[in-house]
Write a protein that binds this ligand. Structure first.
Ligand code: ATP
Ligand code: MG
Length: 399
């Protein structure tokens, strides 16, 4: 009987089984199945080699043949990975070599946590060699095998443990926590790109307070720049508003120093993330001085304003009354939403002033923008022309 839960994954398993191989659902999907949650992202593991997998399906994509992974493209794309074990690790991150193995148990043994080291057969039989189901019932994240050994093999696992605690609201098993607290410094071997991904997953998760608190109490945070400690409990009520760059903005607001650019470079934030953070910080600074002006509502995007209002309240204890709805309404009253909407351009100004191109044009456009935003000038050619002659040409103080 074909299962309706993951029809495409079951088709892959059936095809592999019909060809004489073993195949199972593994990883996060089995964990979520055991928690009675539905996972959309299903991984399959098999004793067929990548080449054997490729011969069985007309459409496959090689994504990491040397690691044993092939994508099988059906209505959905299913990741199929050959049973493997990971040989020695000498860089605290990646195995020096992977070895394909013929037993499922060996494959499950290399996985990080008991809850992630279970397999499910086509008929829903749970294969659980390490007590994953019991740990899930106890809401525990526990390394498979000796935690110190496992974290020394791959230091990223320490941060994955913290991230899962934020996603699932689970605690770390005492031995797992202890191992992290003594090996936390190994996290320095993990690339910043991977660290950033995990932090951002924490910020998007339901129990961000758990994750960020554990990030500090596990001592992992101390290996990175910036102050994670002082406001560690403030993450409890943090909302990313759907944009992970807001996590960086929240973090930046916690810093005593103003040199946020260097800090964000350390975490390999992109230029657009840096700009977003800079804007949120500037908007919060305005709130520290008082209310937002019409120009602030023009200058900052809705996303920036919503984040700034919320974080100013939480971190700076500024009693802002701006709700997202009020922010939207305030923005809607601004006559223009971008400089591009201004109905005159540099060529008009040059013609009216009979003056050559130069930096003066930008200055005048800026002044026009401010006047329009403040409701002192109508965005209309005749009005702007009259204003221009009055303020600049006749006034004879053209910059
Ligand atoms: P998510 O919901 O975040 O996708 P997941 O459990 O599927 O959770 P993945 O990163 O997609 O996590 O990894 C799939 C599986 O591969 C994990 O469940 C785990 O069994 C194994 N795994 C992933 N990363 C590691 C690692 N660094 N060390 C050991 N096993 C790992
Ligand atoms: Mg996954």
């Amino acid at each position: 009987m074909m299962k309706t839960r993951w029809p495409e994954a079951y088709k892959v398993i059936e095809t592999l089984e019909n060809a004489g191989f073993e195949a199972y659902v593994v990883g996060g999907a089995v964990r979520d199945f055991t928690r009675n949650m539905h996972a959309n992202d299903v991984d399959v593991t098999t004793n067929a080699t990548p080449n054997e997998v490729k011969q069985l399906f007309p459409h496959t994509i090689d994504v990491g043949i040397e690691h044993g992974t092939v994508l099988v493209v059906l209505k959905e794309t299913i990741e199929v990975t050959t049973f493997r074990s990971e040989a020695t690790y000498s860089d605290f991150r990646r195995p020096d070599a992977v070895t394909f193995v013929r037993s499922l148990q060996e494959d499950l043994q290399r996985r990080d946590f008991t809850m992630n080291a279970m397999a499910l057969t086509k008929t829903d039989e749970l294969i659980d060699y390490f007590g994953g189901r019991e740990d899930i019932e106890k809401k525990l994240i526990r390394a498979v095998g000796d935690p110190s050994k496992r974290f020394a093999e791959d230091a990223l696992r320490m941060l994955r443990a913290v991230r899962f605690s934020a996603q699932l609201n689970y605690s770390l098993h005492a031995d797992t926590m202890e191992a992290i607290q003594s090996l936390h410094h190994l996290i320095a071997h993990v690339s910043m790109e991977r660290v950033k991904v995990e932090l951002e997953k924490i910020w998007k998760s339901d129990f961000v307070g758990n994750g960020m608190n554990l990030f500090v109490s596990s001592q992992l945070a101390g290996n990175f720049q910036g102050d994670w400690e002082t406001y560690r409990y403030s993450w409890e009520r943090f909302s990313s508003f759907g944009n992970t760059a807001n996590g960086w903005a929240f973090f930046a607001l916690m810093q005593p120093s103003k040199n946020v650019g260097t800090l964000l470079s350390f975490y390999k934030c992109s230029n657009s993330e840096k700009t977003h953070v800079k804007h949120v910080l500037a908007a919060v600074e305005q709130l520290e001085k008082g209310h937002w002006s019409p120009y602030n509502f023009f200058q900052f995007t809705e996303d920036v304003l919503i984040a700034a209002a919320s974080y100013a309240k939480q971190l700076k204890k500024i009693d802002t009354s701006y709700t997202p709805k009020q922010i939207q309404q305030a923005k809607a009253t601004i006559p223009i939403s971008s400089v591009k909407e201004i109905v005159v351009n540099g060529n008009d100004l040059m013609e009216w002033a009979d003056k050559k191109r130069g930096p003066w044009i930008r200055e005048v456009i800026e002044t026009i923008t401010i006047e329009i935003v403040n409701g002192k000038l109508t965005n209309d050619r005749i009005c702007i022309k009259e204003w221009f002659f009055r303020e600049y040409v006749n006034g004879d103080f053209l910059p």
